[in-house]
Design a protein around this ligand. Structure first.
Ligand SMILES: *Cc1c(COP(=O)(O)O)cnc(C)c1O
Length: 410
């Protein structure tokens, strides 16, 4: 008898995006003339940059000739890409990494999900609430939780509420946490952490021999000088943190697939008897056993974002999205909403202040303005009452969506 992993049955049925899809389809079916504008799912809309496309084509051509053809690549990714990451993303910010601390992958979703495999089942895991759904769901799938409770929380996970009251910066958990997922700039709230706040987490992790799982998928959207780009800008963080980055939002690679994870050599985990063991060794072993890298043309395309031309092009794309965010911020502020994010992240996080739940606001915006956003409660119980708008959209659509919303009574 083939038994299933019953932990999957603990997952909450109405996963956020399918539920949004269902409501939109139903509405569209009964209102065929409604021109619905979708600003819900955080997926990019602009094409890959010209330098990226050129490099991509070159990579494909190399695969077409016997003299330049490539089979399996190096286990952790090609050196040309890891060198570019090391120099541009880290060295320029005063962080020294060796290239073998950088693991190229096909996505941060996969890496943030897979990383728990190398950690023991007894770890207590802390997440920001609300959060990117992968952290909680992967914890549940791995059998590290009990059932979901009435209040939407899973038994065994430490939730750290992030609301306007604490400026979306959670306090240290009262219960000891061994693995801590932090996402900055944050999805869904669009907010950031200061160096001081990150330093607080680094010293907590040191004191408790915990590890921070730092998701920096939106690093490229940081516009304010004082906002840290990497957890490793904090003294001592290499001893306690893994950092995840992705080309998905940075350079429109959501459908192309390339990301990387930094696992410093000095980062240690512990055996049950308390002996230190290298996390780098474990992740290397995991990846070399179960993963065969990202295709050569894709890695070559990713490296092109670090060329002078590539940098300019990627910056322009990000500026386009961030202008969308500015337009949304301004519109919702005028409408009297409390508005957060949208300055160092492509998400605008709003609160109506009128007592509407997130799903009530969703239905109202869908039926009265034909605009789709994402209900904050779908990212965790503390997201209730909030709503996320993604700036990954065409400018005309953003402008039109804002005009329509201004016309309805909220
Ligand atoms: C989009 C996103 C990612 C990137 O996932 P990929 O698998 O690299 O496309 C990672 N973390 C967060 C919080 C995201 O929103």
């Amino acid at each position: 008898m083939a038994q299933i992993n019953e932990n999957y049955l603990k997952l909450q049925a109405g996963y956020l995006f399918p539920e949004i899809g269902r409501r939109v389809r139903e509405y569209q079916a009964s209102h065929p003339d409604a021109k619905i504008i979708r600003m819900g799912i955080g997926d990019v809309v602009l094409p890959l940059a010209p330098s990226v496309i050129n490099a991509f084509h070159e990579g494909v051509d190399e695969m077409a000739r016997q003299t330049t053809f490539k089979g399996y690549g190096p286990e952790q990714g090609y050196d040309f890409l890891r060198e570019a990451i090391k120099n541009n993303d880290y060295k320029e910010r005063g962080v020294d990494l060796s290239i073998d601390e950088i693991f190229i992958s096909d996505g941060s979703k996969c890496d943030t999900g897979n990383i728990l495999e190398i950690f023991g089942a007894k770890n207590t895991i802390a997440v920001q609430d609300p959060a990117y759904p992968v952290y909680v769901d992967t914890t549940v799938m791995g059998g590290r939780t009990g059932k979901v409770q009435q209040n939407g929380f899973y038994e065994g996970i430490v939730y750290m509420p992030c609301t306007a009251e604490n400026h979306f910066s959670p306090s240290l958990p009262s219960q000891k946490a061994d693995l801590i997922f932090l996402c900055y700039p944050n999805n869904p709230t669009g907010t950031t952490a200061t160096k001081e706040e990150l330093a607080k987490w680094v010293s907590y992790a040191k004191a408790n021999k915990s590890i921070i799982l730092f998701d920096a998928a939106y690093e490229a959207f940081i516009s304010e000088d004082h906002v840290p780009h990497s957890i490793y800008e904090i003294e001592g963080a290499k001893e306690v943190a893994i950092e995840f980055r992705s080309f998905s939002k940075t350079a429109g690679f959501t459908g192309t697939r390339c990301a990387f994870t930094v696992v410093p050599k000095e980062l240690m985990g512990y055996t049950e008897s308390g002996e230190a063991y290298s996390i780098h060794k474990l992740w290397y072993r995991r990846q070399s056993t179960k993963f065969n890298q990202v295709s050569y043309p894709v890695q070559k395309a990713a490296a092109a974002i670090y060329t002078p031309e590539g940098k300019k092009e990627v910056k322009a794309t990000i500026a386009y999205y961030m202008e969308n965010a500015r337009i949304m911020r301004e519109s919702f502020t005028q409408l009297g909403f409390k508005v957060f994010g949208g300055i160092n992240a492509p998400y605008v996080w709003i609160h109506s202040g009128s007592g509407l739940t997130s799903w009530e606001l969703f239905d109202k915006l869908l039926s009265e303005a034909h605009v789709v956003g994402t209900p904050g409660s779908g990212f965790g119980p503390s997201g209730e009452g909030y709503f996320r708008f993604s700036s990954f959209a065409d400018r005309e659509k953003v402008v039109e969506a804002m005009e329509r919303i201004k016309k309805i009574r909220l």
